[in-house]
Design a protein around this ligand. Structure first.
Ligand SMILES: Cc1cc2nc3c(=O)[nH]c(=O)nc-3n(C[C@H](O)[C@H](O)[C@H](O)COP(=O)(O)OP(=O)(O)OC[C@H]3O[C@@H](n4cnc5c(N)ncnc54)[C@H](O)[C@@H]3O)c2cc1C
Ligand SMILES: *[C@@H]1O[C@H](CO)[C@@H](O)[C@H](O)[C@H]1NC(C)=O
Ligand SMILES: *[C@@H]1O[C@H](CO)[C@@H](O)[C@H](O)[C@H]1NC(C)=O
Ligand SMILES: *[C@@H]1O[C@H](CO)[C@@H](O)[C@H](O)[C@H]1NC(C)=O
Ligand SMILES: *[C@@H]1O[C@H](CO)[C@@H](O)[C@H](O)[C@H]1NC(C)=O
Ligand SMILES: *[C@@H]1O[C@H](CO)[C@@H](O)[C@H](O)[C@H]1NC(C)=O
Ligand SMILES: *[C@@H]1O[C@H](CO)[C@@H](O)[C@H](O)[C@H]1NC(C)=O
Ligand SMILES: *[C@@H]1O[C@H](CO)[C@@H](O)[C@H](O)[C@H]1NC(C)=O
Length: 549
């Protein structure tokens, strides 16, 4: 009892102290923002706005930050975190930010690798519009479609889809805590892309709040903007509040396996074989490769190659498909597990089985660490005799992971201008370079970052070039940044052509610079829908106003 009173008193003291500390950092700009919002007749309360005065501010800001590199005491912080409860809250946040000349950062799942959804490297004041409260998933029974609000995580979307029917799924990424907002905006690939394409390929309608605070759907936004928001990367055109997506058929039972071979066990030549077959086997079969240093039985650091796979069928059908297409793998029935599609979501999260799928709807906490990621695409298999050198570079890193995912199938059938994601026919597989670490010492991060940059440089001869291709959902500011003093299209080509260019069949040339159609079209759409560049950030699409040429 006494202890209880004691704790209560302590708690009161704590609240008082927090209030005192917070008020000392109060910011008149945040007051202006609140005042502006409260003048909007549609906003009856501002309880969805958290300024530095509010004790919840830090918790809400930090809760979905996946990369701790952008969550340090010196990381620039927003004036306010706004968690809209209705679309009109989104509208008034845009209008007030515009009126007060604040920048806006849009956040759904917070998994951006460069922290672009919650911090800013510019001097101007900014607010974070966090969509976490807008996360309904409404399945349209019988039509195999769903409206998903962008604050939903992929895990929530998968869960509610599987509740509707065990034969329905959605084709998107493997990490359940990633947000539907950013992920689908950038394309979104995963285990079913060879059969059904990207998440963005399966979007059939959307609701977006534009720079004028207007809510638009596919019909009222028009096909150009609807094209741009599918694969053009999040945050350049407006706030997408909901997607309408096509759900896809999945069988009652699917089969997974993960098979590991060290270099000494022949991992290298298996990887080589994988380069030739993985994009060209049955589209029901998806075999990802994860390459990383590991300790072998004698305790020496070696390279291990993991083949991690999902097959849309039962184990007998899988064995047949492997025997036809990749017998060298030596897969045996005992390496495989059959399960429902929704169970595979948890399997690929951490390669364990047995957890209840209910955790998917609990928005389980985000894995946090310091990290840096880069990406590439491969058009010609890397010569087998070069692999040893690549493994050597991997061993020079601390504990890096190289992930490679085959395209082919549906990915090769969809034309490279249908949506903004350009890497289709001719691109065999993607490469994701990952390095993460737990301690925040300067040396530790410098070491990792310089390893990553060196690795990326070393790999140049073996990956797509002119321009070198990169995946926009693996944001990488090393590729270049918008110049805040000159937001011209030409200045952005350096990185823009890497994410959206290399449209090799339609190379065009302007002022001596090569670029592909998709980046140019994105910039033209931006020039129409947001000519004043309200939605501006380090790698936002620059407005291309036609007179500029
Ligand atoms: C653990 C992990 C696993 C991953 N696995 C995969 C994978 O399997 N496949 C894959 O393709 N990618 C994968 N990714 C990359 C992931 O798809 C991108 O980081 C994606 O952009 C994250 O979306 P988000 O909503 O969580 O991120 P956020 O950080 O919230 O947003 C990312 C970007 O989109 C903008 N944005 C966010 N919401 C909206 C919105 N509603 N309207 C407009 N713009 C918006 C943000 O401003 C920011 O620029 C993974 C990333 C991580 C960290
Ligand atoms: C923050 O607190 C200070 C001191 O109590 C107050 O003057 C200010 O208006 C508050 N600002 C906001 C944005 O709530
Ligand atoms: C209030 O909301 C309605 C419905 O969304 C909208 O039509 C109207 O423009 C909004 N008013 C303001 C001032 O934002
Ligand atoms: C890099 O990507 C992997 C998987 O896609 C993810 O687990 C990790 O958190 C990412 N790191 C960063 C810094 O985004
Ligand atoms: C895929 O395999 C078929 C035959 O099985 C072959 O003709 C074709 O060239 C292969 N395609 C690629 C891209 O390797
Ligand atoms: C372990 O790795 C070392 C160094 O790569 C190698 O020489 C040795 O043969 C490996 N041992 C086993 C048992 O694989
Ligand atoms: C492997 O490890 C042992 C002891 O752990 C060591 O003596 C040996 O030199 C190592 N071999 C290689 C090839 O690194
Ligand atoms: C902006 O940069 C482009 C390309 O580098 C250049 O041509 C243009 O003159 C610059 N504009 C201004 C206003 O500096």
């Amino acid at each position: 009892m006494e202890l209880n009173i004691m704790t209560q008193t302590l708690r009161h003291l704590f609240v008082l102290l927090t209030a005192l500390i917070s008020s000392s950092v109060s910011n008149p700009l945040a007051d202006n923002f609140l005042q502006c919002l409260s003048q909007d007749p549609n906003v009856t309360t501002t309880n969805f706005v958290f300024t530095q005065n509010d004790s919840e501010y830090s918790f809400i800001l930090e809760s979905t930050i996946a990369n701790l590199k952008y969550s340090t005491p010196t990381t620039p912080k927003p004036l306010a975190v706004i968690t809209p409860l209705t679309y009109s809250h989104v509208q008034s946040t845009i209008l007030c930010s515009k009126h007060l000349k604040f920048q806006i950062r849009i956040r759904s799942g917070g998994h951006d690798s460069e922290g672009l959804s919650y911090t800013s490297s510019y001097q101007s004041p900014f607010v974070v519009l966090d969509l976490r409260e807008l996360r309904s998933v409404i399945i349209e029974s019988g039509q195999n479609t769903a409206w998903v609000e962008t604050g939903a995580t992929l895990g929530e979307l998968y869960y509610w889809v599987s509740q509707e029917s065990p034969n329905l799924g959605f084709a998107a990424g493997t990490c359940p805590t990633v947000g539907a907002g950013g992920h689908i905006s950038g394309g979104g690939f995963g285990n079913m892309m060879r059969k059904y394409g990207l998440a963005a390929d399966n979007v059939i309608d959307a609701r977006i709040v534009d720079a004028n605070g207007k809510i638009l759907d596919r019909k009222s936004m028009g096909e150009d903007l609807f094209w741009a928001i599918r694969g053009g990367g999040g945050g350049s055109f407006g706030v997408v509040v909901a997607w309408k997506v096509n759900l896809v058929y999945v069988p009652d039972k699917v089969t997974v396996f993960s098979l590991t071979k060290t270099i000494e066990e022949g991992g290298s030549s298996l990887f080589n074989k994988w380069q030739y077959v993985s994009h060209n086997v049955s589209r029901d079969l998806f075999i990802r490769v994860e390459i990383q240093p590991a300790l072998n039985e004698s305790g020496n650091k070696t390279i291990q190659v993991m083949f991690s796979s999902m097959f849309l069928g039962n184990v007998d059908q899988l064995m047949e498909t492997i025997t036809d297409g990749f017998p060298e793998l030596g897969l045996q029935e005992k390496d495989c597990s059959e399960m429902s599609w929704i169970e595979t979501v948890l399997y690929f999260d951490d390669y364990t089985v047995g957890r209840s799928v209910d955790v998917l709807k609990e928005r389980n906490t985000v894995d946090k660490s310091y990290g840096i990621n880069k990406s590439d695409y491969v058009k010609e298999p890397i010569p087998e005799e070069k692999l040893e050198e690549i493994w050597k570079w991997c061993l020079e890193g601390d504990w890096p992971v190289l992930v490679m995912e085959p395209q082919g199938g549906k990915m090769h059938e969809i034309d490279d201008t249908i949506i903004a994601y350009p890497y289709r026919k001719g691109y065999l597989y993607n490469v994701q370079y990952r390095e993460k670490w737990e301690d925040d010492s300067f040396e530790s991060s410098e070491k990792r970052i310089s390893w990553m940059r060196k690795m990326y440089e070393n790999m140049a001869p073996y990956v797509a070039k002119n321009p070198r291709a990169a995946y926009v959902n693996f944001r990488d500011l090393d590729l270049g940044e918008n110049d805040v003093d000159n937001t011209s299209y030409l200045n952005a080509l350096k990185w823009g052509s890497k994410y959206f260019g290399d449209n090799f069949r339609r190379l065009a040339m302007v002022k001596g610079v090569y670029f592909g159609d998709n980046f140019r079209r994105l910039a033209m759409v931006k020039g129409v829908v947001d000519p004043d560049n309200f939605f501006f950030y380090e790698q936002s699409i620059p407005p291309l106003i036609m007179s500029e040429e």
